[in-house]
Structures are given as C-alpha cells and as structure tokens.
Design a protein around this ligand. Sequence first.
Ligand SMILES: Nc1ncnc2c1ncn2[C@@H]1O[C@H](COP(=O)(O)OP(=O)(O)OP(=O)(O)O)[C@@H](O)[C@H]1O
Ligand SMILES: [Mg+2]
Length: 394
Amino acid sequence: MPVDLSGPLMAAFRRAKREFEEAVKKGDKETARKKALECARILKQLSKYDDFNRESYLQKARKWERIAGDIEAGRYGAGRKAKAKPLHENTRENEEEDSFKRQAEGLITGSKVRWGDIGGLDEVKALLMETVVIAALQRPESIQPWKGILLFGPPGTGKTLLASAAAGSLNATFFNVKASNVLSKYFGESTKIISALYEVAREKAPSIVFLDEVDALTTKRSGEQSEASRRMLSTLLTELDGFQDKGSDLMVLTLAATNMPWDLDEAVLSRFPRRIYVPLPDRKATKEIIRINTRGLDISRLDLDAIAEESVRRLYSGRDLKNLCQGAIWNMIREENPDLHKLAELPYEKLRKRSLRTRPLEMRDFEEAFKKIKSPLTRKDIERYEKWAEEFGG
Ligand SMILES: Nc1ncnc2c1ncn2[C@@H]1O[C@H](COP(=O)(O)OP(=O)(O)OP(=O)(O)O)[C@@H](O)[C@H]1O
Ligand SMILES: [Mg+2]
C-alpha cells in the first residue's frame, strides 16, 4: 500500500490549475502549456491513489494533455476567459461538469439563523465563532482555522441550527448536504456532485458545507448502497484533504453532523480532528430555549425552573422543547379563541382584518403540552453519547 499522497497532490493540482488560468489570462502561452502538462502529470499521479476515481482522473489528465497540445499548435485561444475550451474539443465532458456544478448550486440554502437563536451550547458556539472569525481575519500562514468540525449528539439538539448560524453570521454560502439524499438522488454519480460541490464552494467562498448524516457514508455498515457510498466517501476525503493546502486562504469550512458517531470509521474521524458533543440541554439551556420559542408572548406567570426541571427529567431535546412551547401556545390560543375553527368559513380578506386573542402563558398550558411530548431517548442512549464523547470527543 503506497503512502497516500492525494491530499498534497490535490493541493498541487489546484495551484497548477490556478497558474495555468493566470497564464492564459496574461496570454503567456509557454507558461500555460507547461502548467497544463503539470496538471496532467499530477492527475495521473492522483489516479494511482484513488482506485474509485482512477478513470475520471485519467480522463481529466488526457483533457489537459489535449489543452497543452492545442496551445502548442496555436489552437488554444490565449487571452480568452481562463475556462475557454480548445476549439475542436468535444465539450460533452465539460457540459456534464457544468451540469453537476449547477446541481451543486441547488444545494445552496439561505440562512437567517443567528447565534442568538440558539439556547445553551455556549462552548460549541464559542468554538464555531472563533473558527469563523479566524478564517476571516488576516493572519500568518501558520495559523489555520479548522477546516472540518464534527458535531455529534442526540437528535434535535441543535446541530443543524449551529451550522446555519455559523453560515448566517458569516454571510457565507451555505451548502446543506444530506449524505443519504445525495446517495439516493445521484447514486453512481454522487462522487461527481461532491467534486462539483467543493468546486462551487471554493468559487463562492467563504462557504460552509454542512454534511448532515455523515454516518450514512461509513464503510462499517453494509448494504446495497455501500459501493456508492464508499465512492462518495473517498471523493469527499480527497476534497477534505485538498483543503489542507496552506497557501489557500479560501474559507471553506466543512461541518459534519451525526447522531451515530460510533458508526464512523477512522478515515472520516481523522479528517475531523475537532469533534464536538452537542448534548441535551441542561436546565439553564432549557430555560433559554423556552424563552427563544415563546418570544413575543408574556411568560411572566410561568415557573420556568419547574418547567425546566420536568423537561430535563424527561430527557427533552431542543426540538422537544420547541414542540412543547408550540403545544402550550396552541392550548392558550384555542382557549382564548374557542370559535377559531368556525372562522375557516370566512374569506381570506375578512380573516385578514381579524386578530388573534392572546393572554399570558400559564403553567396549565404547559402541563397539557407535556402529556403529548415524549422523548425517544433513554438514559442508556445518553450514556452511550457521553462515553463516546469522553473517548473520541474534543
Ligand atoms: N439549542 C437550541 N436552541 C434553540 N432551539 C433549538 C436548540 N436545539 C434545537 N432547537 C430547536 O429544535 C429544532 C431542531 O434542531 P436541529 O435541527 O438543529 O437539531 P439537530 O441536532 O440537527 O437534529 P437531527 O440530529 O435530528 O438532525 C430547531 O429548529 C430549533 O427550533
Ligand atoms: Mg439536523
């Protein structure tokens, strides 16, 4: 087994490609030709380290050799846009690449979430804020922000929310990628979408790639998707390594999330040296989450401590708390507006003129709501997370 050099090679490829594009822009044909050959050489080397993508690397290498040949023959229009294609080349390959890039762009989502929308999780928030700030600041080359952070913890504890807040605060391009979706939607082509995704992420930096359910990519589990997910994983790992490129100041942060950290294999874990436990909210965090989810309503009559105690005892997650608040609010609304359902007969215009009656939230609203919300978790589940956190977290 040769030493895996794909990370540094990927970085070298990117550098060569950049230099090629600059040379083309300047009209420096000789440098452009040399750089195109360098790109081809590096891609050939890369093909040796990555069985899954061997053909695709070799195909790209041939493309670069053709470009070099075209430049030499004067067929390649130097001075054109760097992306310009040799005239005679069949552009199907490029069209395909573009189509994947467009699909990757489809994964971009807006994020309006702010740090203030997240209750508790102070340490996690601080770490993410620091990472995001370091990435944005001018800094010596030796100081690098984290490129990959793994968030793990029980369902509904705010992992997605944290990633959205990081993106929202930075005004970064936010790619929301669910591993299982990519696999089922693109199956055999999931590697292409991943490559395209990171290419677009670099173009639109600063970017945050949020990779939800990374555990779906693990090689530990078997099943019919395992071949496709192994390919996708392998591409992903290569992309992640590519970002170890020190000279690059493009900020592309990959945040990965999982509910099943114990399913992750070594290859994934090693790319995410920072692994952050996102636990169930404690009492203080619970109270914050309740405040966030009852904004605009009068909660002065509530005994928040009592609600928090009961919620913690019931192992409620942030999601459960949100549902609890929704339930309580609905109880209040129904009580204050008993004929609400009758209004459904009214035309929209008339409805618009009416307003809801509200009153301060009462403990009884919450007591009713508690009955309907049950956490799927057991003490044992939590212990499992805690144990994993102790062993692998940090
Ligand atoms: N710490 C929190 N502060 C405020 N709201 C929270 C918090 N955690 C969860 N919520 C609420 O629960 C919802 C679900 O949270 P989120 O989607 O971030 O959970 P998750 O950890 O990504 O869950 P899953 O593992 O199931 O994907 C949020 O939209 C938010 O309304
Ligand atoms: Mg989530």
